[in-house]
Design a protein around this ligand. Structure first.
Ligand code: RTP
Ligand code: MG
Length: 140
C-alpha cells in the first residue's frame, strides 16, 4: 500500500466542543501523521465551493451553512493507505450506523453535524488539499 495524503476537516460541532485534541489522537493512534493543520472560518461562498459536488442534494443549504457557522480545523493526514484509513477511523456518515470506537460513533451529533470530513478518493484528496494548502505548508 502506498503512502498517501488526504484532506481532513474537523467540523464546527467538534471545534465548538473542544474535541480537536481527542480527534487528532484518534488519527495519530491509527498511524496517520498530521503534516499540515490550520484553524479557519469558512465564508458561505467558500463552503459552497468546497461542497460543490453536493449542490443538487437536499441537504446542501443546511450543510454549507453549518460548515460556515463557526471555525473548522483543516488538516492533511499522511500515511499508508491514508484515504481509506482515515474513513475507517471516521466511521459511517450517519453516527447511528458507525462502528464502535470511530470518531463519528463517539462524537457526532447527527448525520449533518458529524464532526469530521475526509476525502473519498485520490483525485478528490489532491483537489481538496490544494483547495486549502499550498505546497509550502505541507511539512512531511
Ligand atoms: P464528508 O464528505 O463530510 O467526509 O462525509 P461523507 O463522505 O461521509 O458524506 P457525504 O455523502 O459526502 O455527505 C457530505 C456531508 O453532508 C452531510 N449530510 N447530511 N442530512 C443528510 O441527510 C445529510 N447527508 C449528508 C454530512 O455532514 C456529510 O458528512
Ligand atoms: Mg463525502
Amino acid at each position: 500500500m502506498a503512502i498517501e495524503r488526504t484532506l481532513s476537516i474537523i467540523k464546527p460541532d467538534a471545534t465548538r466542543r473542544n474535541l480537536t485534541g481527542k480527534i487528532n489522537a484518534k488519527f495519530e493512534e491509527a498511524g496517520l501523521r498530521i503534516v499540515a493543520q490550520k484553524r479557519i472560518h469558512l465564508s458561505l461562498a467558500q463552503a459552497q465551493k468546497f461542497y460543490g459536488v453536493h449542490k443538487d442534494r437536499p441537504f446542501f443549504g443546511e450543510l454549507t451553512e453549518f460548515m460556515a457557522s463557526e471555525p473548522v480545523v483543516v488538516q492533511v493526514l499522511e500515511g499508508e493507505g491514508a484515504i481509506a484509513k482515515n474513513r475507517e477511523v471516521m466511521g459511517a456518515t450517519n453516527p447511528a450506523n458507525a462502528d464502535a470506537g470511530t470518531i463519528r460513533k463517539e462524537f457526532a451529533l447527527s448525520v449533518g453535524e458529524n464532526s469530521v470530513h475526509g476525502s473519498d478518493a485520490p483525485e478528490t484528496a489532491a483537489e481538496e488539499i490544494a483547495f486549502f494548502f499550498s505546497g509550502l505548508e505541507l511539512v512531511g
